[in-house]
Write a protein that binds this ligand. Structure first.
Ligand SMILES: C[S@@+](CC[C@H](N)C(=O)[O-])C[C@H]1O[C@@H](n2cnc3c(N)ncnc32)[C@H](O)[C@@H]1O
Length: 300
């Protein structure tokens, strides 16, 4: 529990990227390190800062020991999954229940992914044809998401491979995604018209496996973000603002995100949670390592 946020500096990888590095430093509130040819090697030791390295059309987040992560929607895990033949019947798609929503309303559900992270799940939701708003509290991740989306929007290949990138009409999922750097609890609570048919939550969960077994992206994410302690608040805000369902991703065997007996109308206690249309009905979809808890909203 003695997590400390790493220090991060923004650095241009080449002189051409200096203006973009300065822009990102302003956007994220991080210090910028002037470009110099001698900065090629990566610093070591725990006290050295991490680097947000600004390359042409790419941002790399680099730990002092050189371990790095990028967000790349075009070559990433999300796109691989969305190309799988059974994509529409995979657990995420079943948990969102896009097909049933369409049958009922004739429309595709709008989604707020209130814990965007690397945007992998968000990309998959957009690949199902949904409009997805990514909310991410970390300014660094939000900047990386925005850059990756710009790249995906501009990549001709993305639009060309019609049957795989988008569900219908060869649409590029990147055009269905927007990003806001914000705290989702604040955003959902304070914006009267903030809301969506589905709100998706995948908060950080304490690492249970040894570091060696955890993929490098997740390792860096845990060190960058630290533990999330706002699960109950997130769920409460989401239940207030979703009109169809709230879907919560949990590791297999993990407890539910919060004790929802406090949330139902029948048991509503009034002090810390506001009233909403949550029916009290929760169903689950299981996959190998993950569980999706689905909180059904009363649409009456
Ligand atoms: C496990 S990651 C999500 C991974 C994501 N589903 C993906 O596919 O890459 C959790 C993310 O939620 C973000 N987060 C947690 N609480 C948040 C909040 N209240 N508002 C916005 N983002 C939040 C964290 O910063 C972190 O990036």
């Amino acid at each position: 529990m003695n997590w400390r946020a790493p220090q991060i500096v923004v650095r241009a990888s080449q002189p051409d990227c200096t203006a973009e590095a300065n822009r990102l430093a302003q956007l994220t509130g991080l210090p910028v390190e002037e470009f110099s040819e001698s900065q090629e090697s990566v610093a070591d030791g725990n006290s050295s800062p991490w680097t947000l390295l600004v390359k042409p059309l790419e941002l790399s987040l680099i730990r002092p020991d050189g371990l790095s992560v990028e967000i790349d929607f075009i070559r990433g895990k999300g796109i691989q999954r969305s190309r799988e033949a059974n994509f529409h019947s995979q657990p995420l798609a079943r948990a969102l229940s896009v097909k049933k929503f369409r049958q009922r309303t004739g429309q595709t559900p709008s989604i707020i992914d209130a814990t965007a992270g690397f945007g992998t799940d968000g990309w998959m939701m957009a690949s199902l044809g949904c409009k997805v708003q990514l909310l991410e509290a970390s300014p660094v991740l939000a900047a990386m998401l925005m850059q990756a989306l710009d790249n995906a929007r501009n990549t001709a290949a993305a639009a060309a491979s019609d049957s795989t990138l988008g569900e219908r009409n060869g649409c590029n999922p990147a055009h269905n995604i927007s990003v806001i750097n914000t705290d989702s609890v604040q955003y959902l609570n304070n914006h009267g018209n903030a809301g969506a048919d589905i709100i998706y939550l995948d908060p950080m969960y304490p690492q249970t496996r040894s570091k060696a077994l955890v993929k490098k992206g997740m390792q860096l994410l845990h060190e960058l973000i630290g533990p999330d302690n706002n699960g109950a608040k997130l769920l409460n805000s989401a239940l207030n603002k979703a009109s169809y369902r709230v879907v919560v991703k949990r590791p297999k065997g993990a407890p539910p995100l919060a004790d929802t007996t406090q949330f139902t109308r029948q048991n509503f206690t009034g002090h810390s949670f506001t009233e909403h249309n949550f029916t009290g009905n929760i169903s689950t979809v299981h996959s190998a390592n993950t569980r999706f808890d689905i909180y059904h909203i009363d649409r009456a």
